[in-house]
Design a protein around this ligand. Structure first.
Ligand code: FAD
Length: 427
């Protein structure tokens, strides 16, 4: 007798989306989360319309999402000279049937956690439980679990899903020869400041060059004073020949330690040093990912989310893809039962195309337009049309959205990943 049907290692955005999906289709599961308590960690995150569609299907609608973020209206790239390179409407404004959200990662994560507890019950998520290894057993898989009180246990299930993030223990066992984490030399500092939104009340702005840029977007609605919580990411490219030398991957640092890189980012519509200095704190982390792997599954074990495809945040689609992974796993279980076959079908559908997105984001994703502008004119231009035509810019962006799974026409006309009210028959 197995302890549960599906063991989910990791209660992040991916793992909790999977738990909610499995509950919706009638598959029992148990989430094992290493953190001893759930806390609202992180800053800004984007939920693309393809992921918001799946959240809506889970009952996480605009009323709930409005509490943790704001519907995005625009995506824009601006050169170091302060002049616009590209702008397009986003979400409902662009004609999608579902909005795009810019959200607080921690608040959104807590929303998923509360929903999971409300729908599956408190015991469905075990905190302080780190999956350290797994082994095959008859008709299932056993996960070794180290608990925060020092004890260790084994949990058995039909399937194990590694949703345990970029440092995934499940992936390390599945692919023992994988290369170490890849760092291409970009360093990021992230934070939030209460300030007036720029352009529309909800614009995503990439500003600067491919080597040195700011990303700025609000993650809350504008309040009565006209201010919103503005998420900013300051990025510079450094020499990475010695690899990542500092301790820690996400640590608090003084704003003085990096603001000098952005002293010249002052315009009549934005003063970057003032914006950044208004934050309570800043977090430094290198922009990292992992080399794609040829398969995310091994029999009854599969990877999802960052464990499968950690990617640079240049395309703003890491969290969105984790949500989509969860829904595709659910859809394949409806087709093939709670089985290795379902995992193989999930792998077949997503591993190759999403691995391509990982590499595309490593090549700067949609910010690749800044690289093109830099190559053609060193970032100096009066009229952007003289450097790169509107058609070429539009095509560049359209290719990215198609590859990342949120091309508007394709998404708007696609059937639901999981038809409403479908419950699994072959558990
Ligand atoms: C603390 C934190 C802050 C973040 N902040 C941002 C941000 O500000 N902006 C942004 O764009 N992205 C951020 N991210 C990344 C973003 O959340 C992910 O890229 C995306 O949501 C995919 O989610 P995931 O569930 O696959 O992975 P993750 O979000 O990394 O979640 C993995 C979960 O698994 C748990 N875990 C790890 N190892 C084990 C194990 N062996 N056994 C059991 N549990 C385990 C972790 O504690 C974590 O809760 C953050 C991630 C984390 C963990």
């Amino acid at each position: 007798m197995l302890d549960t049907q599906v063991i989910i290692a990791g209660g992040g955005i991916g793992g909790l989306s999977l738990a909610l999906t499995l509950n919706q289709i009638g598959v029992p599961c148990q989430v094992l989360e290493a953190a001893p308590e759930m806390r609202p960690l992180g800053v800004g995150i984007n939920l693309q319309p393809n992921a918001v569609r799946e959240l809506f299907e889970l009952g996480i609608d605009a009323t709930l999402l409005d509490r943790v973020g704001v519907a995005a209206k625009e995506w824009a790239l601006v050169g170091l000279n302060g002049k616009e390179i590209y702008a397009e409407p986003r979400g409902l404004n662009a004609g999608y049937r579902w909005p795009q959200y810019a959200a607080h990662r921690g608040d959104f994560h807590m929303l998923l956690y509360r929903e999971a507890i409300a729908q599956l019950g408190e015991s469905a998520v075990t905190l302080g439980a780190r999956v350290s290894a797994y082994r095959e057993i008859e008709n299932g898989v056993a996960a070794r679990v180290s608990h925060s009180d020092g004890s260790s246990t084994e949990l058995t299930g039909s399937l194990l899903i590694g949703a345990d993030g970029i440092h995934s223990a499940v992936r390390a066992q599945m692919h023992p020869d994988q290369p170490p984490i890849h760092w291409g030399g970009k360093l990021m500092w992230r934070g939030t400041t209460r300030a007036k939104p720029i352009r529309t009340s909800s614009s995503f702005i990439g500003l600067g060059t491919h080597q040195q840029r700011m990303v700025i977007y609000p993650i809350s609605a504008t309040d009565d004073n006209g201010t919103a919580l503005i998420n900013w990411i300051a990025e510079v490219t450094m020499d990475n020949s010695h690899g990542w030398q500092e301790d820690g991957w996400f640590r608090e640092v003084p704003i003085d330690s990096f603001i000098h890189h952005f002293e010249d980012f002052r315009y009549d519509w934005l003063d970057v040093p003032t914006l950044v200095s208004g934050a309570d704190c800043a977090y430094q982390n290198p922009m990292i990912d992992r080399d794609p792997i040829h398969s995310w599954t091994n029999g009854r074990v599969a990877l999802m989310g960052d464990a499968a495809h950690a990617m640079y945040p240049t395309g703003s689609n890491g969290a969105s893809q984790a949500i989509v992974d969860a829904r595709v796993i659910g859809a394949k279980m409806i087709q093939h039962g709670v089985s290795a076959k379902a995992l193989a079908a999930y792998d077949e559908q997503l591993c190759e195309p999403v691995s391509q997105v990982v590499l595309r984001n490593r090549g700067d994703g949609p910010f690749g337009l800044l690289t093109l502008v830099n190559e053609r004119c060193g970032g100096e231009f009066d009229q952007i049309d003289a450097v790169i035509s509107q058609d070429e810019r539009d095509e560049f962006m359209a290719r990215y959205k198609q590859a990342a799974g949120f091309a508007m026409e394709t998404l708007n006309s696609a059937a639901a990943t999981i038809s409403p009210d479908t419950r699994i028959t072959q558990v």
